[in-house]
Design a protein around this ligand. Structure first.
Ligand code: 7TS
Length: 403
């Protein structure tokens, strides 16, 4: 698979090895064209104007929802709420559902693999309500410890929140098994799909989770759009998150009533152009096929892991390549990950260094940070070669005697 030519930024920079797709993906031309086309032909504020242009904007927004819902395997498309991304989607659930359903003495369970976006909102909900906050430990090979999870959930557990794929290690979690454990005690099942939707077939309806959050910018779409998929009865029973235009039915002086789904959770002017761009991204990924995307990434992760393991003093974290998506996290003995990233940058290799917004995980790995290379549809073996070459160079540089 060589998709590099589809991405203007990469096509214009042949020497660039972009290995930070877990942070954000590059955008294919079809997505940029779709957004530009929307602004050039169909732009107006949807749901409001009684004129043809506004009707067209409304239609484009609706069609985008149809496409994204189909891509994620959501039959009831009104249960796909567009948000700014995963962070907003998870805050929506933790705030709107959480404040209405969680009280003192209830319990919330997250895992040690979480991005802060699926950790802090639940921690803060617990602090605000007096609920008890639990962090499920990991096994030695960096999977969620299912036996520990079974022991942790009780009749008081109101929420179990976990990611589908870890951003820091690439671990692919057994969503259905975790969901079954949570269901066993009647807890709400919240899954953070930020690192899954870009890389594998999600199939929301078959996942047996109550909520699923994702970000468009990690899956070839624009920044500023993503979503929350939820089960209809839960969304209907849940109070709104934000108040304002579009989300109301009637506004009396002393009270208001709410619009139907999905509008109840989409207050204000919607982000039509980005929704159109996200839909184009879904079509683009569909054209490749998500099975092919995952297979391609796994092959690169396998290759990168093998080659990195061959560098002395380099330690790779996370499960084996067959159990993860396109992320390789590592440290090099004697070199701070930030220094590593700076040296690699000089070789045209973009990697991430830091705690990856997963400080609870870093603590459990006994590191403050790692370096992370992440792959996507436009990555190929030449990126792995460049990574290894640059790492060898960094190692040699730091091995030189000082003074
Ligand atoms: N959840 C996971 C698993 C993520 O990887 C991220 C972003 C988020 C939530 C938040 O997504 P946002 O689009 O709302 O910001 N992850 C990363 C990363 O790994 N490096 O930069 C951002």
């Amino acid at each position: 698979m060589n998709r590099r030519a589809d991405f203007p930024l990469l096509a214009a920079n042949p020497g660039l090895h972009y290995l930070d797709s877990a942070a954000t993906s590059q955008k294919p031309r079809v997505v940029l064209d779709a957004m530009r086309g929307y602004y050039e032909r169909d732009n107006a504020n949807p749901h409001r104007g009684a004129y043809d242009l506004s009707a067209r904007a409304t239609e484009r927004y609706h069609d985008a929802r149809v496409t994204v819902a189909r891509f994620l395997g959501v039959a009831d498309m009104d249960c796909l709420i567009f948000t700014r991304g995963t962070t907003e989607a998870l805050n929506l659930v933790a705030t709107a559902w959480g404040r209405a359903n969680v009280g003192a003495g209830d319990e919330i369970v997250v895992t040690a693999l979480e991005h802060h976006a699926n950790f802090v909102p639940w921690q803060q909900l617990a602090l605000a309500t007096g609920a008890v906050f639990h962090v499920c430990p990991l096994t030695d090979d960096h999977h969620v410890d299912l036996a520990a999870l079974r022991a942790l959930v009780t009749a008081r557990t109101k929420v179990v929140a976990f990611n589908h794929v870890s951003n820091a290690l690439g671990t692919v979690n057994p969503v259905r098994e975790i969901a079954a454990i949570a269901r066993g005690v009647g807890a709400l099942v919240v899954c953070d799909g930020a690192q899954a939707a870009p890389h594998l077939q999600v199939g929301f309806d078959a996942l047996d989770v109550d909520f699923y959050a994702f970000s468009g910018h990690k899956m070839c779409g624009p920044m500023g759009i993503g979503g929350l998929v939820g089960r209809r009865p839960i969304l209907e029973a849940m109070p709104p998150y934000q108040f304002g235009g579009d989300m109301i039915e009637f506004v009396r002086d002393d009270h208001s009533t709410w619009n139907v789904l999905p509008h109840k959770f989409e207050a204000g002017t919607p982000n039509v152009a980005d929704a159109v761009g996200l839909a184009a991204a879904c079509d683009y990924l569909d054209g490749i096929g998500m099975d092919a995307v995952l297979e391609h990434e796994r092959a690169l992760v396998r290759l990168a892991t093998e080659r990195l393991n061959g560098i002395e003093g380099l330690r790779v974290y996370g499960p084996k390549p067959s159990e993860r998506s396109g992320v390789v996290s590592f440290t090099m003995e004697g070199v701070h990950p930030h220094d590593l990233a700076t040296i690699l940058d000089q070789e045209g290799v973009c990697i991430r260094a830091g705690h990856h917004c997963a400080q609870p995980l870093m603590r459990r790995l006994n590191v403050t940070s790692t370096a992370r290379a992440s792959f996507y549809v436009y990555s190929d073996e030449s990126d792995v070669d460049a990574l290894v070459r640059a790492l060898e160079k960094a190692k040699a540089l730091f091995a030189e005697p000082v003074g």
